[in-house]
Design a protein around this ligand. Sequence first.
Ligand code: ADE
Length: 263
Amino acid sequence: MRIDVFSIFPDYLTPLDLSLIGKARRTGLLDLTVHDLRDFTHDRHRTVDDAPAGGGAGMVMKPEPWAEALETLAQGEARPTLLVPSPSGKPFTQAMARELARQDWLAFACGRYEGIDERVYEHAATLMPVQPFSLGDYVLNGGEVAVLAVVEAVARLIPGVIGNAESLVEESHEDGLLEYPVYTKPAVWQDREVPPVLMSGHHAQIDRWRRDERLRRTARRRPDLIGVLDPEGTDKNDRAVLLDEGWEPAGSRFQPVTDPVAD
Ligand code: ADE
């Protein structure tokens, strides 16, 4: 996969030299280039920002350097999908990571300050698909940290980037549930034991225990995920655990158990 990242702080992206992503770059699985947006300015101060039209706080990224930078991606036949980190983008999910991992070419435009002049999005959309995305409902100082997160989430799904492909299947969010708790040796540590079923060697019981823990943990930490679970994909045991956590099937959804109305 080819990835191009544009930023006024290219050094912010140096963690992409490390660990499995760094290795994927060195072995050629990932062809990732970080570009300095200021290389697409032509004034002595390499200016990338200006005052907001209409007034207000902060500065806005100027359209000209962005247009020139993004036009370099539209020279040949092939086009990348342009991902723009922004707190007003579509929430980034594992499903999006899976979708992006199938593409040949991604580009990222890291905004800073109060954001990028809106006309850049319109211009870019005439050249390539554009997808603003958000990491979550909070505000970062710029898009670089969001790009680190998305590149890691996507690149680890490219075949060959992670040695143990099996570990990709049993993960939080792969099937709408959070991951089960994990333990290692020693069997007893500071008077706390590893749940005995995990030491039993009984694989069916271990699988069942793990599934129960995933359901309980998801119900407690992320009730929104239980609310979109399809009862069709659950068995009797699942439904008993969910009932214990206060959820009952209602048609094609689960809903919080409704107390019978007292009269
Ligand atoms: N840039 C600033 N805040 C952001 C967020 N929450 N997600 C993605 N990019 C951002």
